[in-house]
Design a protein around this ligand. Structure first.
Ligand code: ATP
Length: 350
């Protein structure tokens, strides 16, 4: 029987609830589709840092490398310096494993009240450049305690980095509605983002069958709210994508709905699948967190592993469960994490 080796990193907070819940869904769909998921769980994250002074052991990346994929919750706790989780875990894995695509779909969940007035349907993907841009953490502080103090962060946009994410976006668009909107702010960031625009336009010429347009980040934010139906593939820088995908979660109805994949398209390393939200320590331990985003991340993982049918079954089961009213508190519902999980599992067979 086909077996996939999955490294499981629940992380912190609600990760300890929604990751095991999603694994139940994945296990059930695996049985129905005659493949196996072999998991090994690693207790890494901010909780681990409080005990060991590290987010993961020194050989953590070596350990993860041997798996087919990483199923991740979220890292971070209020009592731990908030600059550490990204630097010491998330960005480390994304960068070392060349997961340069952050794939973040946005769509309608049936039965979920959305904050937008418009009833128009939307279904698009934020493709966020995941390895460079504004989040490279190259910079310094100069004499921060003095009046002359300053802080500098440098954004880095390389031709190679832009080309590879742009190719991914255009190829993805070919499998969808054939439209790429690339997000920029080159009218003010006149060095880095004019280069971003230029290289994307060069790549766009190789995909004459795909419609391409450019949109400023400020206008994009307004359009996410006013006319999200115009988007298909939204190609963004690291920072813009971070912000836009939370807005994407919000227009779906809750951050708790958003799933994502940090993808190494060349498959040189395992890819990592996680919800778009954080560890939500404010609601952890109460069995009230919304599992849909984490379950969706599981479906994206199965799709990446080639189990398309299983992924589609999860998506359909989620739709049936949300339509039947199995909604968590953040969606105005009353159902517990475990009840929603059971509702999804019981709908896996249509
Ligand atoms: P990060 O910086 O890691 O993205 P954050 O501190 O900005 O995290 P989140 O942990 O995403 O924030 O939480 C933001 C708000 O959304 C919190 O009030 C949290 O309870 C809520 N929230 C996030 N995820 C869920 C979920 N799965 N179910 C219910 N509520 C959620």
């Amino acid at each position: 029987m086909k077996t996939y080796k999955i490294a499981v990193v629940p992380g912190d907070g609600i990760g300890h609830e929604i990751v095991p819940a999603s694994l139940e869904v994945i296990d059930a769909v695996a049985k129905a589709n005659h493949f196996r998921i072999d998991t090994e769980t690693f207790p890494w994250g901010a909780g681990y840092y409080l005990k060991h002074g590290l987010f993961m052991p020194d050989n953590g990346l070596e350990t993860l490398k041997k798996f087919d994929a990483i199923f991740f919750g979220s890292v971070g706790l209020p009592e731990v310096d908030d600059t550490l989780p990204a630097k010491d875990y998330t960005f480390k894995v994304r960068t070392h494993f060349r997961q340069y695509v952050n794939y973040r779909p946005v769509r309608i969940f049936p039965g979920v009240n959305r904050p937008l007035k418009s009833e128009k349907e939307f279904d698009f993907v934020v493709v966020r450049e995941n390895n460079e841009g504004e989040f490279v953490q190259v910079g310094s502080q100069y004499l921060p305690d003095l009046e002359v103090g300053m802080g500098i962060d440098t954004s880095i946009f390389t031709r190679k980095g832009i080309e590879r994410i742009a190719h991914y976006a255009f190829q993805l668009a070919r499998t969808r509605r054939k439209k790429v909107t690339h997000i920029t702010k080159s009218n003010t960031l006149i060095h880095s983002l004019t280069y971003w625009d230029r290289v994307i336009k060069e790549v766009a010429r190789q995909y004459p069958d795909v419609t391409h347009n450019q949109m400023y980040i400020d206008a994009t934010s307004a359009n996410f709210v006013l006319k999200p139906e115009i988007f298909d593939v939204v190609l963004t820088t690291n920072l813009f994508g971070d912000i836009l995908s939370d807005l994407g979660g919000a227009i779906m109805g809750s951050l708790g709905l958003g799933g994502s994949g940090n993808i190494n398209p060349e498959r040189e390393f395992p890819s990592m699948f996680e919800p778009i939200h954080g560890s939500a320590p404010d609601i952890a331990g109460q069995n009230i967190s919304n599992p849909y985003g984490q379950v969706w991340s599981g479906a994206i993982m199965l799709q990446h592993l080639g189990e398309e049918q299983a992924a589609q079954q999860i998506m359909k089961a989620m739709d049936h469960a949300s339509l039947a009213g199995f909604l968590s508190v953040d969606l105005g519902g009353k159902y517990k994490t475990s009840e929603i999980t059971s509702a999804i599992i019981s709908r896996l067979n249509g």
